[in-house]
Design a protein around this ligand. Structure first.
Ligand code: SF4
Length: 343
């Protein structure tokens, strides 16, 4: 019989487990403590829980933490892990060490249904949602777990297309009964889904990054098909309505494509669109993906674009490229593994 994983359950689900097994309610908090505050690998290690209760628990449940399948390491120290999830699909997780911080970039889905033209994951199509446990396992099971300072939900998949499990994983990361992290250590990146963004902003306190890439709807539709049903103007309107509360940071991701979205007209329209929102624009160099003709501007051109935005009162920064020698672009490594498996 396949046992159910405890890892990835929130406090209410753990209470259900204790009720189901006839255990006292306070056991739920004890189990959460072992799952999210200690590095145990078996239920038997939950030593403040009586042995009899551990045996009852272990008869139906397992911890549910599993190691990555493989990894590759870049010359700059970036590591890309490959995890095999349900149905034999692969997901990617990146570990990015930098001076004074170490970031893990997690996936929220196997594949993705958004079909963004510049993204290898989009080319795979949708292969399934990850559970909260599968999202968190990418953080917990890598060797660098104890060094991690920040988590970004920017790997494979669209987080707002898997909202309940993403919100649950954030709850486990930030709750006092869970990992107890500050929400300011976490950023969720989205293309923007009209029906979910308001709910996401209400239910969480983490930072939000919106993939913008051009302020013009017609152009954006050529890059991001979901622009048709979730126009970026509507997304920005919902962000304005929700208000930017507390220490939450809103950023707009902008991959620069030479001759496509790097003109002065783009700078002017960005300044108009983002006027009055406390936010920043992250400029990103385009990583080549097979089968797409776009080119990235060189670093001097990117700096000029940044300076023009800054002169219009928009805070803009250039994101450093990491791990280019290990297929760092989202979805490349898992696509290679998927293809290899299908050979
Ligand atoms: S960029 Fe993100 S939302 Fe778009 S296809 Fe890739 S994984 Fe999906």
């Amino acid at each position: 019989m396949t046992k159910e994983a405890l890892y990835g359950k929130d406090i209410n689900e753990l209470l259900d487990v204790t009720h189901h097994l006839g255990l006292p309610g306070f056991s739920a908090k004890q189990i959460a403590g072992w799952l999210y505050r200690h590095e145990i690998s078996s239920i038997d290690e939950m030593t403040n829980i009586p042995k009899k209760i551990r045996e009852v628990l272990a008869s139906e449940y397992e911890i549910g933490i599993y190691p990555p399948d493989s990894f590759v390491e870049s010359s700059d120290g970036t590591k890309k892990y490959l995890f095999k999830v349900r149905n034999g699909k692969y997901i990617e997780t990146a570990y990015i060490p930098e001076k004074g911080r170490a970031t893990v970039c997690v996936s929220t889905q196997a594949g993705c249904r958004m079909g963004c033209r510049f993204c290898m994951t989009g080319k795979q199509g949708f292969q399934g949602n990850l559970s909260a446990g599968e999202i968190l396992n990418q953080i917990r099971s890598i060797n660098e777990f104890r060094k991690i300072t920040n988590v970004v939900y920017m790997g494979m998949g669209e987080p707002l297309d898997n909202l309940p499990e993403v919100v649950k994983s954030l709850d486990i990361l930030t709750s006092e009964w869970g990992y107890g992290w500050s929400p300011t250590r976490i950023t969720v990146s989205t293309v923007g889904i009209s029906g979910s963004i308001g709910s996401f902003l209400q239910q969480t306190r983490v930072h939000l990054a919106v993939s913008l890439h051009t302020p013009f709807p017609g152009e954006r539709l050529k890059l991001i098909p979901v622009e048709k049903t979730s126009p970026v103007g509507d997304i920005i309107q919902q962000i304005r309505q929700a208000g930017i509360k507390g220490q939450r940071r809103i950023s707009f991701e902008y991959i620069l494509f030479r001759g496509f979205n790097d003109s002065s007209a783009h700078v002017n329209e960005l300044a108009r669109l983002l006027n009055g929102i406390r936010c920043r624009v992250n400029l990103i160099r385009f990583h080549k993906v097979p089968g797409l003709d776009y080119e990235s501007p060189d670093i001097e051109e990117i700096k000029k674009f940044r300076d023009k935005l800054n002169s219009k009162g928009i805070i803009a920064t250039i994101r450093a490229s990491r791990g280019e020698d290990i297929n760092a672009a989202c979805g490349l490594l898992s696509t290679l593994s998927l293809n290899k498996n299908q050979e």
